[in-house]
Design a protein. Structure first.
Lengths: 315, 319
């Protein structure tokens, strides 16, 4: 019973948060604001779908900002723009994903082959990616002239931006991978106890590389979506994304130690983070205290969501 | 303090004995401080007094106490607390700049955010028809440019005599994604009350503009930024931004080189120039649809011998 309540804790936090904001500003629950919330949540959702698997496995991926920046720059250079003479339209989307997947594969490969902790590997690769993006552009910004590509975030289906539908599709795919594939089972096995997993024949190395590649695919897609959202690509486009991603995963109730959590938890986590940023402005909380409030609420959410009674060691 | 010089004077510049090296370094550093004081380089503001060496300490302390007018109040306090050096300001301490210490230091140029921000805010207000609510996106709260630009915004709003008000001010830390999200929340909170959007730089202005675009309001609500990036010019051309500030890049870069070059050639005796020639502000250019073509077009020739013709006063240290 207690475990059941705990697994619902992130949802309860989200509901309480929504009610608190709505009681101060009634506009919060208006359809147009909900659409705005969802459109803000779209890119973090795609990012989190990749990061959740990595964290479920007990690893961490800090290359988020680097991969997103590089993919955004690549995507903005492939569609009609003021930097290159290319005009490939929506080819940019799979191309950015492919690039992200390659970097993710490289992340995993380095992590396994050189036996470097994922923390350091991904941190280094992330920096390298930002560096490459800066070097390609020489500090400039690519402006996107392709209106159809920008429809990805500006166009709407049933009054909801396409980007939200894309994010929803990603959630569905991630959920299927988690629930219905061997890869999903293996991720949990490795995250819970890698030694046991190895003993029963889980291909640990292959799974790790595969999961980092999968995460890279999602980051690449998020990069292309960022470029479409702001109509430009540059090396600092992704600033702050890493913090949102990891916070959302943890606030949603996925343990950094691995093995506990789910992609659906992370969806709730993203919504909590987005509602929090949106709600603070709606409630008119002084900017000087916003960050402090955000920090406290994150600690509160994690303390409610994580089942710490079974943790033997907290580090 | 010239650390390199101290280091070079050291007997063991690359001492492998860290403790010995540190002691050496400290002694040389102290000597350099004393030399600087003898040369009067600390100015009137500070007086540094070295603690007397051990055998004379008792005697010196007695003498010190007996002195009617102590050398400085802080010295006595420092002695009581057993500090090695006292460095209490005697008069109100002046802020030191590199030019106080080094005759080879040439000059530093910057831009005054307050009047520039005031001017761009006035441009925003006039594009709003002179009245209505503004939402304002600031930079990192403790950054000097962010502080100055916010000050200019407030001055311009105050000068409107109540016809314009700031609905809300939020820092987006110079980050366009953050500006995008804040603008979205404002659209929910204020809706049609927003008559103008002020941003402390162009990146954040573009972020806010994209949030307006998603709402189908790009071009309907005037947005201003500061910095004069290409994307902002394009947005002004498209009628989506009301204006930005260009920091006169050709003059800034060219004159910076020219002053250094001519000092090196001996055409300028920089040590004898007044302070307002060694730390000075340039002038920002307000860019709107009216003068966009001129700003983007072929730059007018600059007289690189007229070093300080466009300078607007000595730099003030705020924040």
């Amino acid at each position: 019973m207690a475990r059941r309540v705990r697994s619902l804790a992130p949802v309860l936090v989200l509901v309480a948060l929504c009610l608190a904001v709505a009681s101060i500003n009634g506009n919060f629950l208006s359809f147009s604001n909900l659409v705005r919330l969802l459109s803000s949540a779209a890119i973090p959702l795609v990012l989190v779908m990749g990061a959740t698997f990595v964290i479920l496995m007990g690893s961490i991926d800090l290359s988020v900002e680097g991969v997103v920046a590089l993919a955004a720059v690549a995507a903005s250079m492939l569609v009609a723009n003021d930097f290159t003479s290319l005009d490939l339209g929506f080819v940019a989307l799979p191309a950015a994903m492919l690039l992200g997947g390659l970097i993710g594969f490289f992340n995993g490969w380095l992590h396994i082959r050189l036996a470097i902790p994922s923390f350091m590997t991904t941190l280094g690769i992330g920096f390298a990616c930002v560096g490459i993006a800066t070097a390609i552009l020489g500090g400039f910004t690519v402006r996107i002239a392709d209106r159809t590509f920008r429809e990805l975030t500006l166009g709407r289906l049933l009054d909801i931006p396409y980007s939200v539908w894309v994010a929803g599709l990603c959630v569905a795919i991630a959920w299927v991978i988690q629930e219905r594939t061997r890869l999903g089972r293996w991720v949990y096995a490795i995250g819970t106890d890698e030694h046991t997993a190895r003993q029963v024949g889980v291909p640990v190395e292959r799974t790790r590389i595969l999961v980092f590649t999968l995460a890279g695919l999602f980051y690449g897609l998020a990069g292309a979506m960022s470029a479409a959202q702001l109509g430009q690509g540059h090396a600092l486009l992704s600033q702050g994304r890493l913090f949102t991603t990891v916070t959302a995963v943890v606030v949603g109730g996925t343990a950094l130690s691995g093995g506990v959590g789910s992609v659906l938890n992370s969806v709730v986590g993203v919504l909590i983070v987005i509602v929090l940023t949106n709600g603070m402005v709606l409630m008119g909380i002084e900017p000087f205290v916003q960050q402090g409030v955000q920090g406290l609420l994150i600690i509160l959410a994690v303390s409610l969501a994580l089942d710490r009674s079974r943790l033997a060691v907290v580090k | 303090m010239d650390l390199c010089r101290i280091h070079a004077q050291s007997r063991q510049p690359l001492s492998c004995d860290l403790r010995q090296g540190c002691g050496e370094f400290r002694r040389l550093g102290r000597r350099a401080v004393r030399d600087a004081r003898d040369r009067g380089q600390f100015g009137k503001g500070h007086r540094r007094c070295a603690r007397p060496s051990r055998p004379h300490r008792r005697q010196a302390r007695a003498q010190h106490r007996s002195q009617r007018q102590p050398r400085c109040a802080g010295h006595r306090r420092g002695m009581r607390q057993g500090r090695r050096l006292c460095r209490h300001p005697v008069e109100q301490a002046r802020r030191f700049a590199p030019l106080d210490f080094d005759p080879n230091y040439v000059a530093h140029m910057s831009f005054d955010g307050v009047p520039t921000s005031k001017a761009i805010t006035e441009a925003l207000i006039s594009s709003m028809g002179g009245e209505g609510g503004i939402v304002a996106i600031g930079g990192i709260l403790s950054n000097v440019p962010a502080i100055e630009r916010k000050l200019g915004l407030e001055q311009a709003v105050e000068a409107s005599g109540g016809k314009v008000n700031i609905l809300d001010f939020q820092p987006a830390d110079w980050n366009e994604t953050k500006a995008f999200e804040i603008m979205q929340a404002w659209l929910t909170r204020f809706g049609d009350e927003i008559k103008g959007v002020w941003a402390a730089n162009d990146g954040m202005a573009i972020g806010a503009l994209e949030a307006l675009r998603q709402d189908g309001r790009a071009g309907a609500v005037p947005v201003t930024g500061i910095d004069g990036i290409d994307a902002a010019y394009a947005a002004i051309e498209a009628g989506e931004m009301a204006g930005t500030v260009a920091w006169d890049p050709n003059w800034t870069g060219g004159m910076g080189l020219s002053i250094a070059y001519n000092t090196a050639l001996g055409n300028i005796d920089i040590a004898s120039e007044p302070h307002e020639h060694r730390e000075f502000y340039g002038t920002g250019i307000i860019v709107t649809a009216d003068n966009l073509a001129d700003v983007r077009g072929e730059p007018a020739p600059i007289d690189f011998k007229d070093y300080w013709g466009k300078a607007t006063g000595q730099i003030q240290y705020r924040g």
